[in-house]
Structure formats: structure tokens, C-alpha cells
Design a protein around this ligand. Structure first.
Ligand SMILES: Cc1cc2nc3c(=O)[nH]c(=O)nc-3n(C[C@H](O)[C@H](O)[C@H](O)COP(=O)(O)OP(=O)(O)OC[C@H]3O[C@@H](n4cnc5c(N)ncnc54)[C@H](O)[C@@H]3O)c2cc1C
Length: 46
């Protein structure tokens, strides 16, 4: 779900495709998990 800007994630209607709540929630979950991974990676590299 990462955008072309590193560490910025998108989900839901703004990513296109199916414009439904279930798809927005699914992508939101994925984006959240990926964002956690990104932040943990930053911490481990410092
Ligand atoms: C009339 C209508 C009926 C629908 N009925 C259904 C249905 O029955 N079942 C279904 O599954 N889906 C339905 N949908 C689609 C569903 O509403 C969307 O797919 C879902 O809300 C997408 O969620 P989202 O979080 O991606 O976007 P949104 O719910 O649109 O949330 C985006 C949020 O970002 C805010 N925002 C925008 N720009 C900025 C900014 N610059 N800064 C800060 N905040 C900003 C907006 O105010 C909004 O609160 C319907 C849509 C419409 C319009």
C-alpha cells in the first residue's frame, strides 16, 4: 500500500478499484501493518 513517497501509505477509495467499505477496511489494515513494519525498520537501522 506504499505510495511513491517512502513511508506514506494509501488505502480505500483513493487507491481506485472497488469503491466499497469492505475494500477500504481491508486495505487500511494492510497499510497499517506495513506502516508498523516501516517504523520498526527505521528504529532497527538507528
Ligand atoms: C452515496 C454513497 C453510498 C455508498 N454506499 C455504500 C454501501 O452501501 N456499501 C459500501 O461498501 N460502500 C458504499 N459507498 C462507498 C463507501 O462510502 C466508500 O468506499 C468508503 O467510505 C471509502 O472509505 P475511505 O476511507 O477510502 O474514504 P472516505 O470515507 O471518503 O474518507 C476519506 C476522508 O478523508 C477526508 N479528507 C479528504 N481530504 C482531506 C484532506 N485534505 N485532509 C484531511 N482529510 C481529508 C474526508 O473528509 C473523509 O472523511 C457509498 C458511497 C457513497 C458516496
Amino acid at each position: 500500500m506504499e505510495t511513491n513517497i517512502k513511508g506514506i501509505y494509501a488505502c480505500g477509495d483513493c487507491t481506485g478499484g472497488l469503491l466499497q467499505i469492505s475494500k477500504a477496511v481491508y486495505e487500511g489494515t494492510k497499510a497499517g501493518i506495513q506502516a508498523i513494519g516501516y517504523i520498526r525498520g527505521m528504529k532497527n537501522n538507528n
